[in-house]
Design a protein around this ligand. Structure first.
Ligand SMILES: [Fe+2]
Length: 342
């Protein structure tokens, strides 16, 4: 198990103060965030799920300026874009040169990642996902693991109900998918199990915006991030990257559409059955119950059968995510999964 990020817990400003950062900082955040506390840092506001062209535009605006560190405060998009910008500060080339696995030769400029949602786990992952036209492309590099993550559940208070559900579902998918890849080791197994437990305990509390719920989901998301950095995601993400890119569906929601069918695909798998035995719950029933209770949409609310089958075909081409599975996956399996999710 590898964790390249120093993980700190506490209120953002006090914890930042303890880090004793020196020099000039770049603050990446979402539009509309109050940055009155940011002092002399240059502020860059990132739009939600930005395209490759937008990210290139951000870099154009920064080129030639020197920064000693990057502080990213926000959801998955903000953190993912900040990683790419920090990588460009240390590496030659353009954003498009980084797509794929381990294409970034040098560790990025010092990055402090502070999540304000509890889903992507990007504060500790080696991933950055960027929208390219109608697709979502991944950059995968150990040199993208943030140097420091600051976890402050206060920043997650007041997150709207929908976003709470969607991002939490993303975290759950990371844990479940990673658990069912070939890359899991005994320690990652433990992280996945504990993360899933936190999800089951904390989701409804988080939806009600209770502090203990936010804290549990924050930890769940963190564990999910560590899990996918060590063992990667799989079929749910292969499908959701295609669907989300083309139809602009929020990442967590796109994942949640496919999770029950993914669990069905793995029914009878000894490793999953053992986990469910220890949890005392059937995960597919739990997920379906949550989706129903909260009126979450189905795949058929976005696409018909023909488009769904196209999603399966394109997802099947994502060899990295398809081949990592514990079970052998055929195109027919993905077709069955999408039809079952309609
Ligand atoms: Fe994800």
């Amino acid at each position: 198990m590898i964790l390249r990020t120093e993980v700190l817990f506490g209120r953002l400003r006090e914890t930042l103060g303890r880090l004793g950062l020196e020099g000039r900082g770049l603050l990446c955040c979402r539009r509309g965030m109050d940055t009155g506390w940011a002092g002399g840092m240059e502020v860059l506001r990132i739009s939600p799920e930005p395209s490759l062209e937008e990210v290139e535009g951000y870099w154009e605006g920064l080129r030639g300026k020197e920064f000693d560190y990057v502080l990213a405060v926000g959801g998955g998009s903000v953190l993912d874009v900040a990683k790419v910008l920090a990588a460009l500060m240390e590496n030659p080339g353009r954003v498009r040169d980084f797509f794929g696995v381990e294409k970034i030769p040098r560790r990025m400029r010092r990055l402090i990642a502070v999540p304000t949602t509890h889903g992507t786990g990007s504060e500790v992952t080696k991933y950055s996902v960027i929208r390219v036209g109608e697709e979502k492309w991944s950059i995968v590099s150990e040199n993208l693991c943030p140097h420091v993550a600051i976890l402050d559940e206060e920043l997650m208070r007041g997150l709207p109900r929908e976003l709470t559900l969607q991002t939490s579902m993303d975290a759950l998918c990371h844990l479940v998918e990673a658990y069912l890849t070939r890359f899991c080791d005994p320690m990652v197994d433990l992280l996945c199990e504990q993360g899933i437990r936190l999800f089951l305990e904390g989701l409804e509390e988080a939806v009600e915006d209770r502090p203990e719920g936010r804290r549990k989901m924050m930890l769940c998301s963190l564990l999910g991030g560590i899990a996918i950095t060590n063992a990667q995601a799989s079929l749910v993400h292969a499908l959701s990257h295609v669907l989300g890119g083309k139809y602009r569906i929020p990442h967590g929601e796109a994942n949640s559409l496919f999770l029950p069918a993914f669990l069905e695909f793995y029914s009878g798998e000894r490793k999953l059955e053992e986990l469910e035995g220890r949890l005392g719950r059937r995960l597919r029933e739990e997920v379906e119950g949550i989706r129903e209770r909260h009126g979450m949409r189905r795949l058929s609310d976005f696409v018909g059968e023909k488009e769904a089958l196209e999603v399966a075909e394109r997802a099947y081409r994502n060899r990295r995510l398809v081949e990592g599975n514990l079970r052998r996956v055929e195109l027919e399996d993905l077709r069955r999964m999408v039809l079952r999710s309609l």
